[in-house]
Design a protein around this ligand. Sequence first.
Ligand code: KG4
Length: 335
Amino acid sequence: MLILSVESTCDETAVAITEDGRRVLTDQIFSQADLHAIYGGVVPEIASRSHVEVISQLADRALSVTGLTRSDIDAVAVSYAPGLIGAVLVGVNFAKSVAMSLGVPLIPVHHTRGHIAANYLAFPELEPPFLCLAISGGNTLLVDVRSYTEMKILGQTRDDAAGECFDKTARVLGLPYPGGAPIDALSKQGDDRRYPLPKPYVGENPYDMSFSGLKTAVINLAHHSEQTGEELDRAGLAASLCRAVSYALVPRTMQAARKLGYGKVCVAGGVAANSRIRSDFAAACEKSGDRLYIPPLKLCGDNAAMIGAQGYYEYLAGHTAGTELNAFANLSLEV
Ligand code: KG4
């Protein structure tokens, strides 16, 4: 089954064609990062306009590079939540019109379910059940993936997402947006114990997380150095942050892995590209005996192939929509 899939929830416009949820024929991605960089974050209105400008060209290119024609497409999948509402609406309306004009089913896909499904593209042998930590710019969730379409949230951030913590730290360190990758690079030259940062503990649910205190601690350190003229060890701060974020994520995930006993731990989302988090998970799973799955870097960030992958399984479960499909800024992935 060939699915044409669409992603436009934030600042990447993407159109992919995937086969049977596991094989990527093409994944066309236009990143708007340069458009937003001067503002230090995504400007929603600019994001929506840019999606409108490029989305149909990406779909045309997806067909031309694969040598397929419109009649080869069996269904259209679209990331319909969560995200910047104006941005998501562009993808949803585009997908609706393509599905209608081709006379094929329209499949709504939750964006974070898509991130989790990026692992199906990278690891053909992976099947649920498994535990997945989904870490991105807007979400941080620990998910019990019971089947391809049945998921239970075990824990989540109570405030900021892990990616937000990287992006805001990068801003105060004068690094470009999005900040995760530059912080990752800078951290390699620093001492990860240079700055003692808070270790957030969140109430009664051991799987819930919090990143706002960490973010504030880093911002305060930067402001303190500005005010006192004391030189900030930028690489040391980047390394200390990577260590602190990893500490907030890895032990909790491994605790949940022990409880569930699936023997399979997945990580997904843009922040899964972080080298410290990847190596800490590798060490933790080596010790516990769990099999670790983390997609290659190109499948960690937003893309449309992951939407096609999850879309295939949503289709098999009968989850299709008509032209009444709406976009949602917030929506639980359990729905
Ligand atoms: O999954 P994604 O592309 O978009 C959302 O769905 O939010 O994630 C983007 C986030 C940004 O916050 C970015 O700074 C972060 O992923 N990121 C990283 C790294 N590469 C991207 N964070 C830490 N280390 C990285 N290497």
